[in-house]
Write a protein that binds this ligand. Sequence first.
Ligand SMILES: Cc1cc2nc3c(=O)[nH]c(=O)nc-3n(C[C@H](O)[C@H](O)[C@H](O)COP(=O)(O)OP(=O)(O)OC[C@H]3O[C@@H](n4cnc5c(N)ncnc54)[C@H](O)[C@@H]3O)c2cc1C
Length: 524
Amino acid sequence: MRFTLSMRMEFDGGDDLISGNATRRDFLRKMSVAASAAAITGAASSQPLRQREIKNWDASADVVIVGAGAAGIAAAIEARRYRVKALVLEKFDVAGGTSSLSGGVCYMGGGTPLQQALGFADSTENMYNYMVAAAGIHAPRDRIQAYCEGSQEQFDWLVANGVRYAQKFSAEKEVSRADASLYYSGCEKVFPYRDNARPAPRGHLPPTDDLTGGRSLMRALLTSAANLGVALTTNVSVERLVQAGDGAVIGVEVIDNGERRRIRARNGVVLAAGGFIHNPSMLQRYAPELNRCSAPWGRAGDLGMGIRMGMSVGANALRMNQGFVILPLYPPEDALKGIVVNLNGQRFVPEDAYYGLMGYEIAYRQDGRAFLIIDATTDYAPQDYRFKLAAHADSIAALEAALKLPTESLQRTVDYYNRFAQAGQDPLYQKSPHYIAPLIKPPFKAYDLDLTRAFCPVVTVGGLHTNLNSQVIHVEGDIIPGLYAAGRTAASTVLARYIGSGMSIGEALFAGRRAGAHAAQIKR
Ligand SMILES: Cc1cc2nc3c(=O)[nH]c(=O)nc-3n(C[C@H](O)[C@H](O)[C@H](O)COP(=O)(O)OP(=O)(O)OC[C@H]3O[C@@H](n4cnc5c(N)ncnc54)[C@H](O)[C@@H]3O)c2cc1C
């Protein structure tokens, strides 16, 4: 499948590019901002090349896609539907990105064929109501609406591209059992979200052993892309964008086998290069809350190169401090019978919340610190590596003192919790009765949920500002002609609070497909 860049082509201009909704003159006016945005990134290597600096192009395609993960391959598949030449450039020797490492869960609903076959009622409106409520104040309602409206079609698209689902539901709270393809992957059944929308399971994943759904999902999509004639080349790192004099993005500069080469993108460039969880300086600058989490999650390509290249031409970036912070208290679900308290000894979240919500609450609202308090009726296995024991004691008062919590704080919290737990109630957070039990049997234990020490996988979700066609938006509000972004390179529907497993891949596919389709149809 290797596509060699050895063929040299004559310089083919670029002034004929149509610039989406923005005129070239309008856009030129805003160009001066690009230089300062690039300076903010502090990444000299991502400075754009000017068209006038290029004498010859080494290769060309209609749509050039940076990154061979879910977003990039979805963009390429859609571009090929319009019979244009789609070229995917991948930095590493293996295609698939973090997407192939993932569980392959895709958040879909509104009445997918699988939901229907397994007897779960759902609707676009119901899904929208849940997502808006769970996402919180940053919820981009227009995007969520479009995502929900396209959800059933996305399921059909995945199946048409070779992804297989089993007609089996898993009632387990954690990632679905190996042989099942549908489960509740978010907070759908958790207070207060269960009151905003009728709970429906929306985590769809290919049935696989050992949580390797992402591998089978990406294998199917890569095979489909190859069958459709997508050109994919690995071991090619895209380093810089090439800009025409009016600001339109018309190509990329890559390093291929140690050589710098320039590739012309006749219709557009899609940045689908993942997030920046493996770039410590970007993390420190933009997302210190995430920098302290113990387990940066993802393939080595998550270096923020796509975001930096976008910023280098003046793109706006949104919600750069936000991330998908996972604090996996479960499995075993029994651990949810404990209570999670902050440094004031107070509860702040229903313990049965989705682990992405638990992580969010601790990372962003509790300064990264919390404890799980349990009694002798439940515990983790001795060899469990996730959380360290902070203290144990025969009374709550002694545990409180050992944890250096304010006097009587934990005691009052436990007294109040136990008073109602005896009757299976939780008036404060309405935890499911399934996980309610009074904490009365010594010894009592406190597990340390400090995100620097607890097992806390984290992914960035902030990125370039895009519109519903995945076109990148300049800091001044115009579309940057010829430039698209999708997946974790873009700040899109995926948000903190992260509303459920499967949103990252689901949205990467959704935005990638829109980018590929739009770029393919741009008039040259
Ligand atoms: C263990 C694990 C499990 C997960 N499970 C799920 C799940 O079940 N469901 C879910 O929704 N999310 C899950 N996630 C998160 C999800 O996998 C990612 O957020 C998502 O796959 C990102 O997709 P993407 O297309 O944006 O990026 P990627 O899949 O990472 O693809 C980006 C590609 O771009 C390449 N690249 C980067 N820079 C360059 C460059 N300069 N030039 C050329 N190529 C470049 C990278 O090498 C990479 O191949 C999981 C994450 C992990 C780590």
